[in-house]
Design a protein around this ligand. Structure first.
Ligand code: SF4
Length: 338
């Protein structure tokens, strides 16, 4: 039996089976989620006899670090390996001016969405992660660094809304067991409309981010084949309904690719498209990861693009480049080793 991923209630039930007190469950829960131990032997406030009893039926984790890369800017990227040998990437990002430690987690092994700029998409879809496998990524970071993750973004490998139930269950455990506030958790989607509608019906405080990357159907189709199934206008309608139901502001993610979707004409079209959507915009300068024709935008083009969107009244940020000296872009590390 694996203890990581068990809720307090599940641990209490286990303790009842072992004829131990509820207080033991609390202690074990604390060792798993706050102190982030890897073994039962490290749970030093449990008696030796009880640890032996527990060890005969359970262990903390079976998840391993296969590769770890540390960037000069503090970003750490892990290739996490599950017992069946499948691997996913998870990244810890630190921002100098904030106390936040953000974990970027994967939700699937591989991805079926196949965005043209993404290394993960190129490898195709393998399988969904269970909620326990999702939370193991954050526990791996905590065990390795001894630090407590404060923010979670579902922006790693996979499309979270195509693994809805496991993502939601993981979110619940992040919230209840890791004590990470829902507002500190972001779910990012390529535009899976049924998933957006399901999220809209839930009373969540988390942020929904949409990977838009284009201002119209034709342009988006070239980057994201999912545009055929869920066209940009329908996605926008679903997002507007989401905002109406939840009152929450969306984050629009937009990768800037030189000469492709970073022109002033596109910026104006995007500003018009987003005019009636309650959103903030996050611009992500493209960082070449795989063999393709896409290029990094110039600094001037980024500023002009930003200016035009801001001029339309939106709050716009440009994402800082993290881990530029390691394989920090989605799918690169798994692509190399997997
Ligand atoms: S960018 Fe995200 S949704 Fe698109 S292929 Fe890569 S992992 Fe999948």
């Amino acid at each position: 039996m694996i203890l990581a991923g068990m809720t307090l209630e599940e641990l209490e039930n286990l303790m009842a089976e072992l004829k131990a007190t509820k207080f033991r469950a609390k202690q074990i829960h604390n060792w798993i989620y706050t102190k982030s131990v890897s073994t039962i032997d490290e749970m030093t406030n449990l008696s030796k006899d009880f640890r032996e009893q527990l060890k005969s039926i359970a262990q903390v984790t079976e998840t391993k670090i296969k590769v770890k890369q540390v960037s000069k800017d503090g970003t750490i990227k892990y290739l996490v390996e599950y017992p069946d040998g499948e691997c996913v990437e998870t990244v810890l990002m630190r921002f100098d001016n904030r106390a936040n430690l953000t974990a970027c987690v994967s939700s699937q092994v591989g991805c079926a969405v196949n965005c043209s700029f993404c290394a993960t998409g190129k490898g195709g879809f393998k399988r969904n992660l269970t909620y326990k496998e999702i939370i193991e990524q954050v526990l791996t970071i905590q065990r390795d660094t001894g630090l407590k993750v404060t923010n979670i973004v579902f922006m790693g490998q996979g499309e979270p809304l195509l693994n809805f139930d496991n993502v939601l269950k993981a979110l619940e455990i992040f919230n209840n067991d890791f004590q990470i506030g829902q507002r500190r958790i972001t779910i990012s989607t390529s535009g899976i409309i049924p998933g957006i509608k399901r999220l809209a019906d839930m009373d969540l405080q988390s942020t929904l981010a949409i990977s838009l990357h284009a201002s119209n159907h034709e342009l988006r189709k070239k980057l994201m084949p999912i545009e055929e199934k869920y066209p940009i206008d329908n996605v926008k309608q679903a997002l507007k309904e989401y905002v109406d139901k939840t009152g929450r502001r969306i984050t629009v993610e937009y990768i800037l690719i030189h000469g492709f979707n970073d022109t002033q004409t596109v910026a104006k079209e995007l500003a018009y498209f987003l005019k009636d959507l309650k959103c903030n915009i996050n611009l992500i300068p493209y960082n070449s990861v795989i063999e393709n024709d896409y290029k990094k935008p110039t600094g001037t083009d980024i500023m002009k693009f930003k200016y035009l969107l801001e001029h339309s009244g939106k709050k716009v940020t440009v994402r800082l480049e993290r881990g530029a000296d390691i394989d920090a872009a989605c799918g690169q590390l798994r692509g190399k080793r997997g």
